[in-house]
Write a protein that binds this ligand. Structure first.
Ligand code: NAP
Ligand code: F7E
Length: 345
C-alpha cells in the first residue's frame, strides 16, 4: 500500500518541491488548491500533466485553511497518513497590509487542521511550516530550537501562534505534531516579490537591456538563505523520525541583501558599483547608468535585521544537511531566468 500525504499549500514553492519528493518516494499525494480567478497552479502543472497513469498518485482538491468545514471534510475523505501544512499568506511585508487575513490563515489555519486531526484520527502525522521570522529581533546568536521568539510582523506573530498550538496539541492529545523552524529558502520557483527572485529576475533583464532599473528597500538586512529542494527533504525526515519534535533547518551561513546582489551580478558578469548612503544609495552600471535605487515604500514598519541559524540538532539526529550552497542556489535561479528570457525572444 502506498503511503498517502495531504499538502495544504501545494501550489506554493515548497508545495511543488515536496510533491515531487513524495511522488518519487512512492506516496499518493493529495494537494489542496484554492479557487482563484486566474490560474494558480503553474508550479505544479508539469507534475499534473504527467501521463494518465501517474494522475492517480497526484490528486488535487479545492479547499482553504480559512474554511474549517473544507479542512475537516478533506481530512475525513482522504484519510492521509501525513499532513504537511505549508498554506500561508507568506509575505512578511504584505502581512502588515492584510494582518487579519494573515492571522486567520497562518495562525488559525494550523488550529483548524490540528483540531480536525484530533477528531478524525489522532494517528495522522502533522508538519507545521514554522519560520525563522519568529526569532525577529533576535535574542541570541545563532538561533537554535532553544532561542526565544520575538516576532516583528503580523506574519511572524501568527507563526508563533501556529508553533505553540502545534506543541499544545502534541502534549494535550498525544499527536505526532512537529514544527520545522525553517530559515529563508529560495529556488527558481520562489514567488516573484521575494527579494532573491526579484533581484535575480531584474539583474538578468538589466544585463540583456530588457529592464532599466530595480527598486529595493533595506539592503542591509542579513539572511541565512538555503535551497528549497534541500529543505523539503528536512520536512519529510521530520515526520519519519521516531518521535515528534521541533527542528531548526538552515545553512548556518549569512549574507546581506547587498552581498546577494553583488554575487548575482558577478555570476552574470554585470559590472556594478555602489555610491551614496541610505535612501540615496544607488548602484551604477559600467556605462554609469543607475540600475538599482532604494525606495522607502519597500521598507517594513519593523524589520528583522539579522538571522543566522544553527541546525546541529537536525544534522545529528535526522542526518539532514543542505546539499546546495548559496553559489548553487544563485546558479539555479540565474539559469532558470536566462532560459525563460531566451524562450521569450
Ligand atoms: P508560498 O510560495 O507563498 O506558498 C504558500 C502556499 O499557501 C500557496 O500554495 C498558497 O496558495 C497557499 N495558501 C495561501 N493561503 C491559503 C489559504 N487560505 N488556504 C489554503 N492555501 C493557502 O510559500 P512557500 O515559500 O512555499 O512556503 C511554504 C510555507 O513555509 C509557508 O507556510 C511559509 O510561511 C513557510 N515558510 C517559508 C519559508 C521560505 O523561506 N520559503 C521559510 C519559513 C517558513 P496560492 O498559490 O493559491 O496563493
Ligand atoms: O525579504 C529585504 C526585506 O521578502 C528578505 C518568507 O518566505 O522568509 C521570507 O521572509 C529581506 C528583508 O523574505 C526588498 O526587508 C529589501 O529584510 O525575501 P523577503 P523574508 O521577509 O525574510 C521567511 C523565513 C518566511 O518565513 C517568509 O514566509 O530583504 N528587502 N528590499 C526586500 N524584500 C522584498 N520582498 N522586496 C524588496 O524589494
Amino acid at each position: 500500500m502506498n503511503k498517502s500525504a495531504l499538502i495544504f499549500g501545494v501550489t506554493g514553492q515548497d508545495g511543488s518541491y515536496l510533491s515531487r519528493l513524495l511522488l518519487k518516494k512512492g506516496y499518493v499525494v493529495h494537494g489542496v488548491i484554492r479557487r482563484s480567478s486566474s490560474i494558480n497552479t503553474k508550479r505544479i502543472d508539469d507534475i499534473y500533466q504527467e501521463p494518465f497513469t501517474k494522475k492517480k498518485y497526484f490528486i488535487l482538491h479545492y479547499g482553504d485553511v480559512t474554511d474549517g468545514s473544507s479542512v475537516f471534510d478533506l481530512i475525513k475523505k482522504i484519510k492521509p497518513k501525513e499532513i504537511y501544512n505549508l498554506a500561508a499568506q507568506s509575505h512578511v511585508a504584505v502581512s502588515f497590509q492584510v494582518p487579519e487575513y494573515t492571522s486567520n490563515a497562518d495562525a488559525l489555519g494550523s488550529l483548524r487542521i490540528l483540531d480536525s486531526i484530533v477528531k478524525i484520527n489522532p494517528k495522522i502525522k502533522y508538519y507545521q511550516a514554522g519560520s525563522s521570522e519568529m526569532y525577529g529581533k533576535v535574542q541570541s546568536f545563532p538561533q537554535t530550537e532553544k532561542t526565544p521568539f520575538y516576532p516583528r510582523s503580523p506574519y511572524a506573530v501568527s507563526k508563533v501562534y501556529a508553533h505553540w498550538i502545534t506543541i499544545n496539541y502534541r502534549e494535550s492529545y498525544n499527536l505526532f505534531a512537529c514544527n520545522g523552524i525553517l530559515f529563508n529558502h529560495e529556488s527558481p520557483l520562489r514567488g516573484e516579490t521575494f527579494v532573491t527572485k526579484k533581484i535575480v529576475k531584474a539583474l538578468c533583464k538589466i544585463k540583456q537591456k530588457k529592464q532599466r532599473r530595480l527598486y529595493l528597500g533595506n539592503i542591509y538586512s542579513k539572511r541565512d538563505w538555503g535551497h528549497a529542494e534541500d529543505y523539503v527533504v528536512a520536512m519529510w525526515k521530520i515526520l519519519q523520525y521516531k518521535k515528534p519534535d521541533d527542528w531548526v533547518i538552515c545553512t548556518g551561513k549569512q549574507y546581506s541583501v547587498k552581498e546577494f546582489i553583488n554575487l548575482v551580478a558577478k555570476k552574470i558578469n554585470l559590472d556594478i558599483s555602489w555610491k551614496g548612503k541610505g535612501l540615496k544609495e544607488k548602484a551604477f552600471s559600467k556605462d554609469n547608468k543607475i540600475i538599482i535605487e532604494i525606495k522607502k515604500r519597500y521598507f517594513r514598519p519593523s524589520e528583522v535585521d539579522n538571522l543566522k541559524g544553527n541546525s546541529s540538532k537536525a544534522k545529528k539526529i535526522l542526518k539532514w544537511k543542505p546539499v546546495k550552497d548559496l553559489n548553487n542556489l544563485i546558479q539555479d535561479m540565474v539559469t532558470y531566468e536566462l532560459k525563460k528570457l531566451s524562450n521569450e525572444k
